[in-house]
Design a protein around this ligand. Structure first.
Ligand SMILES: [Ca+2]
Length: 209
């Protein structure tokens, strides 16, 4: 009985000590991270306009970089951000249908897209690149269209030297969202186009548009 009481008290003291130590440790690490990087989360949120989801749909008539075909994937860059799709093997007309999401703080930065052929024993080969800006898309978002019919066109963007568009791109209202469908023609390559779809995602607590 007495042994039981002593064991119980020792157990209580040990668990109390370990709880105190754990909370001290986490308190300490919180203090350290605040000294190194004060309010990192709040700073990022204050500069954030929102998120841009880029659906990389498909490539058509892409360049051949292996014997008869290629193993293409897409790399998207904006400022310091870099995102990649998966590799589709042995296809010059790949269907990626993959969503890549950029966080947007400076909407004037161009978005750069490049296609590569995945190789196992050598460096991946280039299959062209393109660049576009999201100014016209964000202007359409700022119109805050609501209660209009599905497919209503908010605006159209014409192909020009700057935007790499292969054809007219339309910004439309679809199921409560504004989306931009675009086909970019790849530069620095024999052939190839990539179809993309842009969608904006508002983030509560950010600077917003
Ligand atoms: Ca290859």
């Amino acid at each position: 009985m007495l042994l039981g009481v002593i064991w119980y008290k020792t157990f209580k003291v040990q668990s109390f000590l370990s709880t105190t130590l754990n909370s001290d440790q986490s308190f300490l690490s919180t203090q350290i991270s605040l000294v190194i990087n004060p309010q990192p989360h709040r700073d990022r949120m204050e500069h954030l306009l929102g998120l841009l989801r880029i659906r990389v749909q498909r490539g058509t008539n892409l360049a051949v970089r292996d014997v008869r075909s290629s193993d293409p994937y897409v790399v998207i860059k904006m400022g310091k951000q870099k995102l990649k799709t998966r590799v589709v093997k042995k296809s010059v007309n790949p269907e990626w249908n993959e969503d890549l999401t950029l966080s947007i703080s400076d909407s004037s930065l161009p978005i750069h897209i490049a296609v590569y052929d995945k190789d196992t024993f050598s460096l991946d080969d280039k299959m062209g690149d393109a660049e576009f800006k999201i100014g016209p898309f964000l202007e359409a978002i700022r119109m805050r269209l609501e209660g209009v019919a599905n497919g209503t066109v908010a605006s159209r963007v014409q192909p020009s030297r700057e935007n790499c568009l292969a054809e007219e791109s339309s910004i439309i209202y679809s199921d409560g969202h504004i989306i931009q469908n675009m086909t970019v023609r790849l530069r620095n390559v024999e052939s190839g186009e990539v179809e993309l779809q842009l969608q904006w995602i508002d983030i509560p607590g950010s600077r917003g548009l």
